[in-house]
Write a protein that binds this ligand. Structure first.
Ligand code: FES
Length: 118
């Protein structure tokens, strides 16, 4: 199993990394859904951004850079920098900081530019 998935604890709803209270943002109750990350089944909240679900599962490396293969997490968190590009349901270069989580999604770390998968 890849190093990324070892951190997942499948208890994302109770993760200390999840923000529960905020002075101006409300967090509606969401349904718990299962998804696959690097072949491991994890849980997240339906409609939250994929990056949030991964962070709640203590997964912080989303891809590796093309040239130096350095680990990358998310940076801007608003869909502008591409630091969070991952392979989602076989499609590379998905910015997971602005992509909502759905039941059964297959999410994988991306290496370099990414390649379309069958
Ligand atoms: S973190 Fe910048 S596009 Fe997702």
């Amino acid at each position: 199993m890849a190093k990324h998935a070892e951190a997942g604890n499948n208890r994302s709803e109770t993760s200390p990394l999840r923000i529960r209270e905020h002075p101006i943002i409300e967090f509606p109750r969401r349904r718990r859904v299962k998804f696959l990350f690097d072949g491991k089944e994890l849980e997240g909240l339906e409609g939250e951004m994929i990056a949030s679900a991964l962070m709640a599962n203590n997964i912080k490396v989303f891809r590796h850079s093309k040239k130096l293969t350095r680990p990358r997490g998310f940076f801007c968190a608003i869909g502008r920098c591409a630091s969070c590009n991952m392979v989602v349901d076989g499609v590379p270069n998905i910015r997971v900081c602005v992509t909502p989580l759905k039941e059964g999604m297959r999410i994988e770390p991306q290496k370099g530019r990414g390649v379309l998968q069958p």
